[in-house]
Design a protein. Structure first.
Length: 149
């Protein structure tokens, strides 16, 4: 048995690009960055940014294209793979590519809040697996019963 799953919480590095396959399936690509702080050998704090290329399909692709913009915060789950390619100078380069399976809008950043006015909160804030209706995956309402202690 093998398992490949990645969870990323970060910000879009560019606006999503939506396209359709010849069969009419929606595909959306965007870059996403995660940041962490680490101390270097001199004890100074350094920001470390890791970039990912994310691809979403079907309904999630359309939702990402409609509601996300550069800088938006988003939660992505998916499968990670390392892609190798050659740049113009002939150097071998590597890219972290994620095939997204779940997505949740986190708000802030570059989301297009003016377009949320006509949507129900469940569909606008969360898009679950591509083959299931978004309303089934809306976050539960918070209340005293949700406190784990």
């Amino acid at each position: 048995m093998s398992f490949n799953k990645i969870t990323i919480v970060g910000n879009l590095g560019r606006d999503p690009e939506l396209r359709y396959t010849p069969q009419g399936t929606a595909v959306c690509d965007f870059s996403m960055a995660t940041n962490e702080k680490k101390r270097d050998k001199a004890g100074e704090m350094q920001d470390i940014t890791t970039w990912f290329r994310v691809t979403l399909w079907e309904r999630q692709a359309e939702n990402a294209s409609k509601y996300l913009t550069k800088g938006a915060s988003v939660y992505i789950e998916g499968r990670l793979r390392l892609e190798e390619w050659t740049d113009r100078e002939g150097n071998t380069r590597h890219t972290l590519a994620v095939r997204g399976t779940d997505m949740q809008f986190l708000g802030g950043g570059g989301t297009r809040s003016d377009e949320f006015a006509g949507e129900s909160s469940g569909e606008a804030e969360f898009a679950g697996p591509a083959d299931a209706p978004a309303r089934e995956f809306a976050p539960p309402a918070k209340g005293d019963d949700d406190i784990p202690f």
